[in-house]
Ligand binder design. Structure first.
Ligand SMILES: C[S@@+](CC[C@H](N)C(=O)[O-])C[C@H]1O[C@@H](n2cnc3c(N)ncnc32)[C@H](O)[C@@H]1O
Length: 242
């Protein structure tokens, strides 16, 4: 049974955000109630993966958490000669992913689920790479390093899908307030919302759409398309040209 996120319901005095066991257990509920459009984004990532996957290549789900996007890829991509490599640096997320996965698909399904830091991931023979709300947790000084490694590891004709929370470029707080209302309407209290914001402050490094596009361009990607935006949550598809 899917557990409800009630982690920030009580008053918490301090502490920054961690992807630990408690978070992994409620993660499914948490992302759906906190990220506008999460379901549409993860589903469409599977669809795009199937469009761009190349024979005998690798698909990487970087910062896979408990495997929501990996499952969408499995749903769409039927090429048995391709390997899905799902990576997360949190051992609790990986444990929860393996638990959910083996219950559903059995141990032998050809997905490699690995605990690893994406900074150390060797990307090779990739046709599709996914960073679904992962790059925002990487320090700005390291973001371009990861994007360049992805660019170099992609085959020509391959894609990177980058989903991020972004910083608003409009001066008013229209999107920020609408996101708060989105979470309130999904049952979070103002205390839960403000406590989570405080905990995320020093671990989440949000940039504008323009900064994300600039980073991609300077990492080698010549063509980038914004295919999804809902308030301050976006997803870009970027191409390694033939
Ligand atoms: C918001 S969650 C991503 C959700 C997931 N991609 C999905 O679509 O369901 C961010 C994930 O990135 C992982 N992460 C953060 N920094 C990482 C790093 N340096 N290497 C690997 N994983 C990382 C966290 O452990 C967490 O599981």
């Amino acid at each position: 049974m899917k557990k409800k996120d009630q982690l920030s319901k009580k008053y918490l005095t301090s502490g920054s955000w961690k992807f630990n066991r408690k978070v992994s257990e409620v993660f499914h509920d948490m992302v759906h109630r906190s990220i506008p459009g999460y379901k549409n984004i993860s589903d469409t990532i599977g669809y795009f993966s199937q469009k761009f996957v190349q024979p005998k290549s690798n698909i990487y789900d970087l910062g896979c958490a408990i495997g929501g996007v990996t499952e969408s890829i499995i749903k769409y991509v039927k090429n048995e000669d391709c390997k899905i490599i799902s990576i997360d640096k949190s051992s609790d997320m990986i444990d929860e992913f393996k638990k959910r996965f083996s219950n559903k698909y059995g141990e032998n399904f050809s997905v490699k689920i690995m605990k690893q830091d994406v900074l150390k991931t060797d990307i090779r023979n990739a046709s599709v790479v996914i960073l679904n709300f992962t790059l925002q947790f990487i320090r700005p000084s390291k973001k371009s390093y990861i994007l360049k490694r992805i660019y170099n590891g992609l085959n020509k004709g391959g894609i990177l899908i980058l989903s991020e929370k972004v910083r608003s470029e409009n001066k008013d707080n229209l999107f920020i307030n609408a996101h708060k209302d989105f979470k309130l309407s999904n049952g979070y209290s103002t205390l839960e919302i403000s406590q989570k914001e405080r905990m995320l402050k020093n671990v989440m490094f949000v940039e504008s759409i323009r900064q994300n596009r600039y980073r991609l361009k300077h990492s080698g990607f010549r063509r980038t398309v914004l295919w999804f935006q809902y308030l301050n949550f976006i997803s870009l598809i970027t191409f390694k040209l033939q």
